[in-house]
Write a protein that binds this ligand. Structure first.
Ligand code: COA
Length: 155
């Protein structure tokens, strides 16, 4: 069975992330969405809130699980029998960051490989911080995020 981890901050999860997931589930038998810690970020939502929003957004996928881990992603992957990490690539600017992340992961454990899906054109401008910026300026973002995120934002 091919198992993969889709790690990220997901602060919050967006339709861009969900598009990557919808393609990853066609390649892997099981995908675990992992809310992981990027120490350089200040978060809008707690890990518990992020996990809850994701769980509701992916409830129709039988082969997707959601979890939180505050250690190294490759460590988590190894512990759970996953062979690959999934990431989305949007613009060229993502490449440098992803290349560094992949290299750091490889240094820790070269048996865990990374798989990248290119963001669709209409999703390539979406980012979690853009969602929060638009929301804080009163723009309706319901076309960009799942309804579980809209519910939480309204709260
Ligand atoms: N569609 C929409 N948005 C996307 C996207 C897609 N397909 N792919 C990425 N993004 C956006 C995110 O919304 C986020 O936007 P923001 O910066 O405005 O919030 C941004 O791109 C970064 O993506 P995200 O997936 O949240 O990554 P991250 O950089 O926060 O996550 C971790 C990096 C958490 C995966 C990484 O830090 C990690 O593995 N941490 C655990 C510790 C570890 O193992 N470190 C090893 C390396 S040293």
């Amino acid at each position: 069975m091919k198992k993969a981890i889709y790690p990220g901050s997901f602060d919050p999860i967006t339709n861009g992330h969900l598009d990557i997931l919808s393609r990853a589930v066609k390649v892997f038998d099981e995908v675990i969405i992992l809310v992981a810690v990027n120490p350089n970020k200040h978060f809008n939502f707690s890990p518990k809130e992020r996990v809850e929003m994701i769980k509701e957004a992916v409830k129709d996928y039988p082969n997707v699980k959601v979890d939180y881990y505050d250690g190294l992603t490759v460590e988590y992957a190894k512990k759970h029998g996953a062979t690959h990490l999934i990431r989305g690539l949007r613009a060229v600017s993502d490449f440098e960051y992803e290349f560094q992340l992949a290299s750091a992961n490889e240094y820790v454990d070269s048996t865990i490989d990374m798989v990248f899906f290119m963001a669709r054109g209409d999703k390539s401008f979406i980012s979690s911080s853009a969602i929060m910026e638009l929301t804080n300026s009163g723009v309706d973002v319901s076309g960009l995020v799942p309804s579980s995120v809209i519910k939480r934002i309204k709260k």
